[in-house]
Design a protein around this ligand. Structure first.
Ligand code: ADP
Length: 495
């Protein structure tokens, strides 16, 4: 096994990987920007190196510097986490060139799956159903409009290099086509430096269902079932669960098989996710492949009992998968809520600030993947995710009830966060009992119901604030002679 690996990331995912590595007997090297120097991931790693960069973010994207640190610190491999350089083919190649194992797929797999159009061409060839639409750049408007009419409006214009929900434009009718195309292209250039825009049929009320796959270097590829990630804002996930209530065994097997074929078609190695849209007829269409460990991997870990972070490192080392497809059994139900510092009453706009008070929930079936402590900052430099809260139980209802309790026990003071919103979703009838899809937040969820609760929540938080104030105040003013022996101490004296 590797002796030492570098983690080219920060926050909760860096901690997740440090722990996985430690369990495998591997030492970890963290890299960090000055603004992160007191973060738990820096403290937890066996070694930590400070990055030199103009901005905090650019340090974590500096391929040359990261490879230098890996070489100088004696690392045999680099784990990129998610985000940052995790889906950067040049980084994967630079690692290869430096004789350092990139814990992830080969550059070619990243490259082909990184372009939505190239991926659509490859998947189509491999017999994977893709969303109807084009596979090339739109250059001739008349032709494009003809295709759009054939597919039927509404259609979605998408940037081939798109990601993070950016570079998409919904077009309702032909008259809007050119203007929307130009806007999509401007956004594509600004966000990704690539003007390639293509079109997809806009699937109405779809579920976002994705299949987790893992491939070793010996040709074995196994899928680990699905995740339902339909609860999204700005086309980005906030709640994920496994298994999905709308998949039966037959559909799970079919989607799983297609996902394995998709991974095989791009010579995949490591953990990856094939994303699909599932429509009301239960027809599914390839959306994209994420060639890395996903934020929402914990729900799959809980229902399959497979440690994806550890298996990912093991297959990167060259180990054979220790299980076959037949060994994978889905057991129980898991749900993840991403705890974001965002204001649900203000269009989920990010909030920033210092965490004055943090109390994380715990208990049977409760997992918190976090990377932030009290007094740490949520800044403008990075994604405003505070942590991931995951619950596991035998049934969906039980897992949701557990989540409600865990959310109630989660106290964060310092800035707005989406906990009140998440709590309400756990009670929502559509979410609990009906077909909920990617339009849930916009269409089915009424934010006004949060307004009333805000008062109750504020009272709760005000209570904690005043308690903390009094506690600290009393600490200061009580002369030492007045300290009383607590009841607990009296009890133990009696023993
Ligand atoms: P990104 O790479 O920016 O995350 P994706 O292609 O993965 O973009 O899509 C993100 C989300 O956008 C999907 O989960 C879905 O909610 C919505 N979406 C994307 N394509 C379509 C489509 N053709 N029809 C309906 N919704 C779509």
């Amino acid at each position: 096994m590797f002796k030492r690996i570098l983690i080219a990331n920060r926050g909760e995912i860096a901690i997740r990987i440090i722990n996985a590595a430690r369990e495998l007997g591997i030492e970890s090297v963290a890299i960090f920007h000055e603004v992160d120097k007191k973060m738990p991931f820096v403290m937890n790693a066996d070694f930590a190196y400070q990055l030199q960069s103009d901005t905090p973010k650019s340090g974590y994207l500096d391929i040359e510097q990261i490879i230098d640190i890996a070489k100088n610190s004696g690392c045999e491999a680099i784990h990129p986490g998610y985000g940052f350089l995790s889906e950067n083919a040049k980084f994967s190649q630079a690692c290869n060139d430096a004789n350092i194992k990139f814990i992830g797929p080969k550059p070619h797999s990243i490259e082909v799956m990184g372009s939505k159009t190239e991926a659509r061409i490859l998947m189509d060839k491999a017999g994977v159903p893709i969303v109807p639409g084009t596979k090339e750049k739109i250059e001739n408007f008349d032709e494009a409009k003809e295709i759009a009419n054939k597919i039927g409006y509404p259609i979605l214009l998408k940037a081939a290099a798109g990601g993070g929900g950016k570079g998409m434009r919904l077009v309702h009718k032909e008259e809007e086509f050119i203007e929307s195309y130009q806007a999509a292209q401007r956004e594509a250039i600004k966000s990704f430096g690539d003007d390639l825009v293509y079109m997809e049929k806009y699937i109405i009320n779809p579920k976002h269902i994705e299949i987790q796959v893992i491939a070793d270097q010996h040709g074995n590829i196994v899928h680990l079932g699905e995740r339902d990630c339909s609860i999204q804002r700005r086309h980005q996930k906030v709640i994920e669960e496994a298994p999905s209530v709308v998949l039966d065994e037959d559909l799970r097997n079919r989607m799983g098989e297609v996902a394995v074929n998709a991974a095989r078609a791009c010579n995949y190695e490591g953990v990856g996710t094939i994303e699909f849209l599932l429509d009301l007829n239960k027809d599914f269409y390839f959306l994209e492949m994420n060639t890395r460990l996903q934020v929402e991997h914990p729900v799959t870990e809980l229902v399959t009992n497979v440690d994806l972070a550890k298996e990912q490192i093991k297959v990167a080392y060259g180990s054979k998968l220790p299980f076959t497809q037949e060994d994978i059994k889905i057991q129980g139900f898991a749900i993840e809520c991403r705890i974001y510092a965002e204001d649900p009453l203000n269009n989920f706009l990010p909030s920033i600030g210092k965490i004055n008070y943090l109390q994380s929930p715990s208990g049977n079936g409760v997992r918190v993947d976090g990377g932030i402590e009290s007094q740490d900052e949520i800044s403008i430099h990075f994604d405003p995710m505070i942590s991931k809260l995951i619950t596991y139980a035998q049934t969906r209802d039980e897992a949701l009830d557990k989540m409600k309790t865990a959310l109630k026990n989660y106290k964060i003071i310092g800035f707005n966060n989406i906990i009140p919103f998440l709590s309400k979703v756990m009670d929502d009838n559509t979410f609990r009992n009906e077909w909920f899809d990617t339009s849930f937040i916009d269409k089915s969820f009424d934010n006004r119901i949060l307004e009333n609760d805000k008062i109750a929540d504020n009272e709760d938080l005000a209570l904690i604030s005043s308690f903390m104030y009094l506690k600290n105040k009393n600490k200061k003013i009580l002369p030492s002679t007045e300290h009383k022996i607590s009841n607990w101490k009296n009890l133990s004296f009696k023993k």
